[in-house]
Design a binder for this molecule. Structure first.
Ligand code: LRH
Ligand code: MN
Length: 430
């Protein structure tokens, strides 16, 4: 990894922030103490919080209209890991990477595993890809993959997912995330039930290939690239399939995969209640699957999602063990800056949710005291927990101000000689 962000460099950068952090931390500590909350306990929880980085997120993303290449972009999984290591070095809460195949495919995955380990990185959920055709692929996924009307195409897609499990075993992962683009663009084009039956048949074969200690994550999405119907369109279809498949199948919530104004935190509560919450692809959106930076548009919604998660842990819900991952497309920002900001935003929502006085909330709910219940949540959300996040990073040897530290390191310039700029504009999310 680049030596730029070594211990001395980060410590020197922190020097100019330390006094203010200490003062603000002590002041917040006194404020929380008056509420009966021990700031040290909250800070320890913040230090233990982690969210995985999507390997495809460290490259510059695009839309169907254009992708504008950035300076010193990573060109392969090794360079992506190098960038993920910088992110974790500075924000200290992103120790794992969620890879995507075949985008991250290389011949020797043991070398990838060992390189990641050298960066103190591990691997989170493995993402399969049957939404694009690969060079020399026998059968096209134009009209679907796991639900394609042609059994041979379904077999091809099933085989790819089973290959992904094998890649994951080498990398030390413990789950497979399956998002499929399968659907239709015209009423009448696809038989809804037959397509879902074919999905379940394919997924049963993939499920049977899972090691005992693995999980399979079903990711629903309302639309795109299918624009009339999507086979796994909503959480209801997802959870029904997870229940149909068995104890190792769960439903993953990508925040951007819902219509505007959908009550996502209630969907999370439902999946927790029925022990089927796989975890999350955190991002934000205003219209469609915009894949914007987490917390950049609806920070209160993100807080309310964590309010449900912290409540589940508080109630000791059995088997509650969601995987947290980011899934974003960085079209105009430096992906490292966006991923650091987003990881800190998700961590912030978690810490704010820890400040909720749950016995008091329960009381107001019992008494139907809506104002006090709502204000109690808002009070936690409106608490500036920046000193706790800064202290947690400093305690872990990270940067008090990661963006400032990153910019001071001029990382992209330093890599310019090693990573030639990718030319021209293309289109597509990666
Ligand atoms: C689909 C999705 C899925 C990934 C892809 C990169 O929109 O959210 O999780 O496979 O983005
Ligand atoms: Mn996703």
């Amino acid at each position: 990894m680049t030596r730029i962000f070594d211990t001395d460099f980060v410590a020197t950068q922190n020097d100019s922030h330390r006094a203010a952090l200490d003062e603000e931390y002590d002041a917040l500590g006194r404020k929380l103490e008056r509420q009966g909350t021990d700031i040290a306990r909250i800070t320890a929880a913040a230090e233990a919080f982690t969210v995985a980085i999507p390997s495809w997120g460290v490259g510059v993303g695009g839309t169907r209209f254009a992708r504008f290449a950035g300076p010193s972009e990573p060109r392969n999984i090794m360079e992506k890991l190098e960038d993920c290591a910088v992110i974790n070095r500075l924000v200290t809460c992103t120790p794992s990477v969620s890879p995507h195949f075949p985008w991250d495919r290389v011949d020797d995955l043991t070398e990838v595993r060992d390189t990641a380990a050298a960066y103190d990185l591990s691997f989170a959920s493995i993402n399969s890809n049957t939404f694009q055709d690969q060079p020399a692929q026998a059968l096209s996924y134009k009209f679907g993959s796991l639900t394609h009307s042609n059994p041979a195409t379904r077999e091809q897609a099933v085989a790819h997912n089973i290959d992904c499990i094998e890649y994951g075993k080498i990398l030390g992962a413990k789950s497979l995330t399956v998002w499929i683009a399968d659907g239709s663009n015209f009423p009448g084009q696809q038989h809804f039930s037959n397509a879902l039956e074919r999905y379940l048949e394919s997924m049963r074969t993939i499920y049977a290939a899972l090691p005992d200690d693995w999980r399979i994550h079903i990711e629903h999405k309302m639309f795109e690239p299918a624009f009339y119907s999507t086979v796994i369109q909503d959480w209801g279809t997802s959870v029904l399939c997870a229940m149909e498949l068995g104890d190792k199948a769960f439903s993953l919530v990508d925040l951007g995969h819902h219509a505007p104004n959908v009550n996502i935190e209630m969907i999370v509560a439902r999946l927790i209640q029925f022990r089927k919450l796989a975890g999350f692809h955190f991002n934000d959106s205003k219209y469609g699957d915009d894949d914007l930076d987490s917390g950049s548009i609806h920070p209160y919604q993100q807080f309310l999602v964590f309010n449900e998660l912290v409540d589940a842990a508080y109630r000791g819900v059995e088997g509650f063990d969601p995987e947290y991952m980011l899934d974003q497309s960085h079209n105009i920002t430096d992906p490292i800056e966006s991923l650091m900001s987003s990881a800190m935003s998700v961590q912030r929502s978690y810490v704010q949710a820890l400040l909720v006085d749950r016995p008091a909330l329960d009381g107001y709910q019992q008494e139907n005291d809506a104002i006090m219940a709502s204000n109690l949540l808002k009070a936690a959300f409106e608490t500036d927990v920046s000193p706790i996040l800064g202290r947690a990073r400093a305690n872990a040897g990270g940067a008090i101000d990661p963006i400032a530290c990153y910019r001071a390191g001029a990382y992209r310039d330093a890599l310019a000689s090693k990573r030639p700029a990718l030319s021209g504009t293309s289109s597509g999310i990666v």
